[in-house]
Design a protein around this ligand. Structure first.
Ligand SMILES: Nc1ncnc2c1ncn2[C@@H]1O[C@H](COP(=O)(O)OP(=O)(O)O)[C@@H](O)[C@H]1O
Ligand SMILES: [Ca+2]
Length: 504
């Protein structure tokens, strides 16, 4: 039986065009999505590097920072990728053998060479900033200080990096760059306050840095102040203006402060044997008078040159604190308010981050978090009165130099903060002791590099740039919408007219 053959169904022209258009439309979308997916691979990130050497009074550290080149002007983008502690003392201790100052940096510079990819070496800037140890050496003998700097520069120039500078930074710079570093890392410059009708600078954290030879206090005071302009620096960062108060006290780092204390006590006692309440009972130390008086901080106390001085500890926190109070002279203030020694200081305001030796000492004493002023005093009392033999037994892994000085250093920090700067039981809670912020050390070097590489813009970019992914996504969306509009237009407007006119 033959299969009945119906009339051959004819596909109309309009349907054919529609099918072809639909096919092309789907093909277009598939092509666009494919492009979007393929193109949305992260472009190989162009990472930049920078090296800053912190030539401190007690030692030098080499910091290696890195950041994605295309986000250079964002805040919080620079990361510390390496820190290398140079063996031996700070560069200012090489005044008798200046060549060794440069040589001492070699190990850490070799480490930096390994950490930074070879193809980036020649574009990596290197900066060395020397702080209070070199400031003191320069005061003592500027020619030798110059030679030490030349020696380190010679070494740094031997490396394949882009050597930029090697200099002694001022105490103001040290304070200001420390403040920029911590606020950059904390993301405090992020706030887009310029969106408001009136401009209001974002809230920042004050910076307290304690070194071996100097100490810095830097913060934005509550009110605009027109006293002591030397203590103020004006910064325009990410569209905000900051009027920053800063002061650096030379000779008030904890190592120089101890020297001053001993030299002053020896002068009063007029003896080469000294009982000192800031060392634990049973602690005995011989110090060379020549060495003690070699610093400009102690030069005015010179006595018993050529002899050796015997110091024994009596472990009495209260006496230790009383003894050091005369280092903070509260008289003779020619401003509306002073910290000490006639230096202007506005009222403390906001939160403060205390780092470097503030952290090391407070960390050892277990006082970095959740402790108040009275707990700190209790802890100091207890620690100072512990016999030296017991202290050594309890902390066998801690360097004897640090361990023997924690009673002095803790008491000194307490006196500096309370008597010197004016912290008290009410605002103690605004004080935070830390070593690192989001993986990077709290140290002035980051702020120094950000400034020298012009990485902090004065103004906010007008509009944030579009990321690659958003760009591709928007392109797909735009094409999809355009294609749909064309299709709908054809179906509802052009097609009926064509049919009417018998074109299809
Ligand atoms: N673990 C630690 N315990 C106590 N003090 C420390 C520790 N590590 C470093 N320090 C001290 O921190 C201080 C760092 O000062 P430094 O940066 O070298 O000097 P400056 O900033 O005055 O040029 C020194 O007094 C050093 O002895
Ligand atoms: Ca320092």
């Amino acid at each position: 039986m033959e299969e009945a053959k119906g009339p051959k169904q004819k596909i109309s022209w309009s349907k054919r065009v529609l099918i072809v258009l639909g096919f092309l439309f789907i093909l277009g979308i598939v092509a666009l999505i494919t492009v979007a997916v393929v193109q949305n691979k992260h472009l190989p990130e162009n990472t930049k590097y920078g090296i800053v050497l912190d030539a401190g009074s007690s030692h030098t550290s080499v910091y290696v920072y890195s950041w994605p080149a295309e986000k250079e002007n964002d805040t919080g983008i620079v990361q510390q990728v390496e820190v290398c502690k140079v063996d031996g003392p700070g560069i200012s201790s090489y005044s008798n053998d200046v060549e060794k100052a440069g040589l001492s940096l070699q190990n850490c510079m070799n480490t930096a060479k390994k950490v930074i990819p070879k193809n980036k070496h020649k574009d990596t800037p290197v900066y060395l900033g020397a702080t209070a140890g070199m400031r003191l050496l320069s005061l003592n003998n500027s020619e030798i200080a110059e030679k030490v700097l030349l020696s380190v520069e010679k070494t740094l120039r031997l490396y394949p990096f882009d050597f930029q500078s090697c200099r002694i930074i001022t105490g103001q710079e040290e304070g200001a760059y420390g403040w920029i570093s911590i606020n950059y890392m904390l993301g405090n410059f992020n706030q887009r306050s310029s969106w408001m009708l009136f401009e209001q600078a974002s809230v920042t954290t004050g910076a307290l840095d304690l070194g071996g030879a100097s100490t810095q206090i830097t913060f934005v005071p509550k009110n605009n102040i027109d006293e002591s302009p030397d203590n103020f620096l004006l910064f325009r960062l990410y569209g905000n203006t900051y009027n920053v108060y800063t002061h650096s006290f030379l000779c008030y780092g904890k190592d120089q402060a101890l020297r001053v204390r001993l030299a002053s006590d020896i002068k009063v006692a007029r003896s080469t044997t000294l009982q000192n309440p800031c060392f634990n009972v049973g602690y005995v130390k011989n110090i060379s008078a020549d060495d003690l008086y070699s610093s400009p901080c102690t030069a005015s106390y010179k006595l018993f040159l050529g002899s050796s001085i015997l110091v024994t500890g009596s472990g009495d926190y209260q006496q230790c604190q009383q003894n050091m109070q005369d280092m903070f002279d509260k008289a003779d203030c020619f401003y509306s308010r002073c910290s000490f020694n006639g230096i202007f200081q506005p009222e403390l305001s906001g939160e403060f981050g205390a780092f470097s030796a503030f952290y090391f000492v407070m960390n050892f004493l277990n006082l970095t978090s959740g402790s108040d002023l009275s707990k700190m005093k209790e802890t100091m009392k207890e620690f100072c009165s512990t016999p030296w033999e017991t202290v050594k037994e309890n902390f066998p892994d801690i360097k004897e130099k640090y361990l023997s000085e924690y009673c002095f250093s803790g008491t000194y920090i307490l006196t500096l903060l309370e008597l010197g700067y004016g912290f008290n039981s009410e605002n103690w809670g605004n004080l935070y002791f830390f070593r690192k912020i989001k993986g990077s050390d709290a140290v002035w070097t980051l702020g120094y590099m950000l400034n020298l590489t012009n990485m902090i813009p004065a103004e906010l970019p007008l509009s944030p740039p579009l990321s690659h992914a958003s760009y591709v996504g928007l392109m797909v969306l735009f094409s999809f919408v355009s294609a749909s509009v064309v299709l709908i237009g054809w179906l509802y407007f052009w097609k009926p007219r064509c049919l009417q006119k018998g074109i299809i």
